[in-house]
Design a protein around this ligand. Structure first.
Ligand SMILES: Cc1ncc(COP(=O)(O)O)c(C=O)c1O
Length: 329
């Protein structure tokens, strides 16, 4: 497999810790598997998160092709956008973020950090307007003499997903040191790059676990198609002789709630529980919903209580400051 030779611009501090959540196990009040938190909220890069790993590969590629600026898109509180802004600052590139205000665009949390990190921010009203703006952006910037490197939503292209193929190696070494062979790795899944990378990595390194994505948006059938295509393209990029089918991309969409970016009661409960038992901060848009999914699977007995499970904490912390009293109920 070709992985070590893919250029990577170092932005992260790795390995991120793998810690057992003993207080959480006790607080659940039901027979619980041993729960490990893989702390990818601590990757570094302006408050960290899963996107930092992906951007290392994308930034190396951008520099290799002579880009003068990184361009990406997302919701106004996008963690990916914030980390793209930080990476641009480090590499001395300009950064343009096209962000939609479908869930508001108050200048705090990630959006505040985007400005602080020196990104040029264009806020558009909704996702349709964002897609339309992105269609024109490359030509517009080239006309002004820039050489833009456009990173699609969430950095979920094979070159981004590769980061999570590599992360499986890191995790397996850590699991060996605690003599664990977890059956599942839970994570918040959205543009599927993280999950596709994990699925490819799990196959490549014969990992004992299945990645279980907890969806934070609908529709799940589309997400699975996207994830399958991405897993196959990622395997091809790393020269892994493997093919992936829809059944390999396991996504549970029961914890999305009303929509992307809308808090759910069980997500908010999961955030409070983690904070008060483990001193770990999750967020209402991604990691809180993913933890709600994991807790529900434990409480329903879907996960064998005699084994172990990993929760991949993908970050998102900066957005909590926008949720104010809703989080303290
Ligand atoms: C905190 C957090 N968790 C999870 C995800 C989902 O990752 P992916 O888009 O690779 O599915 C994101 C994506 O923006 C995120 O910001």
């Amino acid at each position: 497999m070709r992985l070590a030779t893919i250029p990577r611009y170092p932005l992260t501090t790795l390995p991120t810790p793998l810690v057992r959540a003993r207080n959480l196990e006790v607080a659940l009040g039901v027979p619980s598997p041993r729960i490990y938190l893989k702390r990818d909220d601590l990757t570094g890069l302006a408050f960290g998160g899963n996107k930092a790993r992906k951007i290392e590969y994308l930034l190396a590629d951008a520099l290799a092709v002579g880009a003068t600026m990184l361009v990406t898109e997302g919701a106004a509180q996008s963690n990916h956008a914030r980390m793209t802004a930080a990476a641009s600052a480090i590499a001395g590139l300009r950064c343009l973020l096209v962000l939609d205000a479908r869930n508001g665009a108050e200048v705090q949390g990630n959006l505040l950090l985007d400005h602080l990190l020196g990104a040029e921010v264009r806020v558009v009203p909704d996702k349709a307007a964002r897609v339309a703006a992105m269609e024109r952006i490359e030509d517009e910037l080239r006309a002004t003499g820039e050489r833009p490197y456009v990173i699609p939503t969430g950095g979920s292209v094979p070159l981004g997903a590769v980061a999570y193929v590599a992360m499986v190696q890191e995790l397996l070494v850590q699991l060996m040191t605690v003599s664990e062979a977890p059956s599942r790795v839970y994570l918040a899944t959205s543009s599927l790059g993280t999950q596709a990378g994990l699925v490819v990595g799990a196959r490549a390194y014969s990992a004992p676990f299945r990645p279980i994505g907890i969806a934070v948006e609908h529709p799940v059938t589309e997400l699975i198609l996207l994830g399958t295509a991405l897993a196959n393209a990622t395997a091809e990029l790393v020269d892994l002789e493997a093919t992936f089918a829809e059944g390999d991309i396991e996504v549970d969409d029961r914890y999305v709630g009303e929509d992307y970016g809308k808090a759910t009661p069980e997500g908010m409960e999961a955030i409070r529980l983690l904070a008060r038992t483990e001193g770990v901060v999750l967020d209402p848009v991604y990691s809180g919903k993913a933890m709600a999914g994991l807790l529900a699977h434990i409480r329903s007995g879907e996960i064998e209580p005699t084994g172990s499970v990993v929760f991949l904490h993908t970050g998102g912390g900066p957005s909590v400051f926008g949720w104010g009293r809703a989080l303290l109920a």
